[in-house]
Design a binder for this molecule. Structure first.
Ligand SMILES: *Cc1c(COP(=O)(O)O)cnc(C)c1O
Length: 380
């Protein structure tokens, strides 16, 4: 049985064009050299590829190539940004507070929770998922070092007013970090339009390879303490031999995402409209959060347990934001923070689209979901 893939917010298949570019960096007939080797052409060629990719990523987000630090993904970038800034700057500035939101990715929440001597303030969103700027204003003072709020939520697709948040943070003398993993190619933005100092990027959410990402660090705005020690790669912020094939894959994925973003947004919006109108015909289903990016849709199906619904649609790959810890299933922390109760949280599904999503797959999703929901409700 063919499975239609609607879990692109979790990861995406690598674009075939990206695979070709990566392949050319691996073997003895390719650019396999160590980009840090300065004594021969193998190294120079690899370094050229890495710098090409750096400029592609920089161009896509409106940054200078010197502001891109390669990491292993958005998780590491979140760690490096938050811990790195705190370690390098808290003492010298006398600022020990970090403001973030309860709806952030665990990479941000758990990093904050593990900081020594930091006071972390976790803001609740409005029921629509967005930050209330008045609530932010109330906690912003001259002890705040960093504000970290993601641009696009990975579970709901809700878009945060990051440029407003950054302006408020700066007015209070604080720095602004944003997790941008779900945002590239799905919304028009640049690091300047957002006004951020630090931004976390990943490749595998936009048809690049897993295990590679980057941290955007605005020049002259902050200091970042290295989190792993070694050969002082990446201007001392992140040591480790650069994986040329991964980096080139990320660069090409970003190039393609930028080049195709306008047509892709339009195509995904049409798919989403079709799914939303089918859902409203079914009735008893609500969409969670303010309508955000075209590729993520989070729904709560009244009277239907999400695990049972997924079991009734084995030909559809979707996800819940629930976490399984040992015996019990806990509803998504994001949905709970938005005010959904436990029961509603456990009746929620995330449907996420990508570049490989086809119109036929959308039809299969709609038919399968309609049948499964009707069947489960009639037997309830
Ligand atoms: C996927 C994701 C991450 C983690 O990215 P990795 O590159 O897999 O480490 C972090 N934040 C958000 C919002 C994500 O969607």
């Amino acid at each position: 049985m063919m499975t239609a893939y609607f879990d692109n917010a979790s990861t995406t298949p690598v674009d075939p064009r990206v695979i070709e570019k990566m392949r050319a960096c691996l073997g003895s007939d390719g650019t396999f050299g160590n980009p840090a080797s300065t004594t021969h052409g193998f190294g120079w060629m690899a370094s050229e590829e890495v710098e090409w990719a750096r400029s592609m990523v920089a161009e896509t987000i409106g940054a200078d190539p010197r502001e891109i630090v390669w990491t292993s993904g958005a998780t590491e970038s979140d760690n490096l940004a938050i811990r790195g800034v705190f370690e390098a700057m808290a003492d010298s500035t006398g600022r020990n507070k970090i403001i973030t939101m309860e709806t952030e990715h665990k990479a941000v929440l758990d990093t904050c929770a593990h900081l020594h001597n930091a006071e972390v303030i976790y803001l609740k969103p409005e029921p629509n998922g967005q930050l209330n700027l008045d609530a932010l204003a109330q906690v912003l003072d001259d002890k705040v070092l960093l504000v970290s709020v993601m641009l696009v939520n990975n579970e709901t697709g809700v878009v945060q007013p990051v440029s407003d948040i950054a302006a408020m943070a700066h007015a209070a003398g604080a720095l602004m970090h944003s997790d941008l993993a779900q945002s590239v190619g799905k919304l028009p933005w640049t690091v300047d339009s957002l006004g951020i100092d630090l931004g976390s990027l990943s490749a595998h959410k936009i048809h690049g390879p897993k295990g590679i990402g980057a941290l955007y660090v605005r020049r002259g705005s902050c200091r970042v303490a290295e989190q792993q020690h070694g050969g002082q790669h990446e201007r001392g912020m992140r040591s480790g031999t650069l994986p040329t094939h991964q980096i080139v894959g990320m660069g090409d994925a970003y190039r393609i995402a930028k080049a195709e973003s306008a047509t892709e947004i339009e195509r995904l919006n049409q798919f989403r409209d079709r799914i939303e109108s089918a859902i409203s015909e079914l009735g008893g289903i609500r969409c969670n959060g303010l309508r955000g990016v075209p590729h993520i849709l989070n729904i709560t199906v009244d009277q239907v347990d999400a695990e049972r619904l997924m079991a009734a649609m084995p030909q559809i790959a979707v996800s819940t934001g629930s976490a399984c810890n040992s015996a019990t299933i806990e509803p998504s922390h994001v949905l709970q923070s938005m005010g959904l109760n436990r029961h509603q949280g456990l009746s929620s599904l995330r449907i996420s689209l990508g570049r490989m999503t086809t119109s036929d797959e959308v039809s299969i999703l709609i038919d399968t979901l309609t049948n499964a929901v009707s069947q489960l409700r009639s037997t309830a």
